[in-house]
Ligand binder design. Sequence first.
Ligand code: SF4
Length: 226
Amino acid sequence: MMKNSNNINLIIKRLKIKYKKEIHTILQHNSAWQLLVATMLSAQSKDTQVNKVTETLFKKYPNIEDYKNLNAMALYKYINTLGLYKNKARNIINASKYIIKNNKGVVPDSIDKLIKIKGIGRKTANVVLSNYFKKYEGIAIDTHCITVSNRLFLIKTSNSKKIEEILMCIIPKRDWGIITNLFIALGKDVCTAKKKYCERCVLNDLCPSNTTFKYNKNKLMNKVVK
Ligand code: SF4
């Protein structure tokens, strides 16, 4: 386990204060199905862009039943401003058919059942479980989580599955549902893939990758963790 895992509670505490508006997903939805669709659409797209798309899409097609007989072309015209929209359309239609056939049209509330559906990975499943069902079976890992966790020396890998396993060991379960959104907020604000703005970062005294002053190991190890 990496040394900075000792500071995880302090890291989370500061992020919760700094990014309190971003703790929960900003993806607009009125049902588990709508959150599932919005999350599937959000892969490699900005949440704000997805919200623009779903505002119109969910007015026209609000329910899971609306999608099962939908032609992919009909869906394209609503979502074609997003990357990979053809794949996303196909996966959404297939997911509706699968859930209607195998789960009476009810979005499953377990990770094992969700990831059986083609096009739904652990990240999408975890977002839906934690944000809609308030169930914490894992931690959604996206590119921001990979960047931030590595820079904070919480992990040293880019393998999403391994990162999820390690974070699940060091982060209290009560925070599994919010840590993704907090790391995404930090990643978008100051710890971007292209550039680090450590001078503005609320974790700069806890971060070994800080570029604004020499990282002080002793200081880090003596931090009081609450
Ligand atoms: S101090 Fe710098 S490298 Fe560390 S988390 Fe903050 S922005 Fe990222």
